[in-house]
Write a protein that binds this ligand. Sequence first.
Ligand code: FES
Length: 109
Amino acid sequence: VADGRIRLCGTDEVDQGGMLRVEPPGMDPVLLCRTADGFHAVDDECTHAIASLSEGRLEGTTVFCPLHGGSFDICTGKARSLPCKQALRTWAVAVDGDGVWLLAKKKRA
Ligand code: FES
């Protein structure tokens, strides 16, 4: 990506309180969440086993895995409840015009 960012979706494609799984080219699937304070992106795949968090549910800033019910903080990526222990990677996103963009750098390791 020439300018180091990838368009994930339009701002109107995710409602507040909603989530969207996006598969950016060359990257693992990303879970884009929209909360009261804006958009957050983390890995979509649960770190416990193989499950798409997009099929779980979002409550505030906590996403619950559909498979075993573990949870993560979507702002920090940290596991919030067992059986999840390992954090999700978090990704920086920005709104520009009518789009939500992933800045192709990890916020933190
Ligand atoms: Fe997500 Fe087990 S796969 S909690």
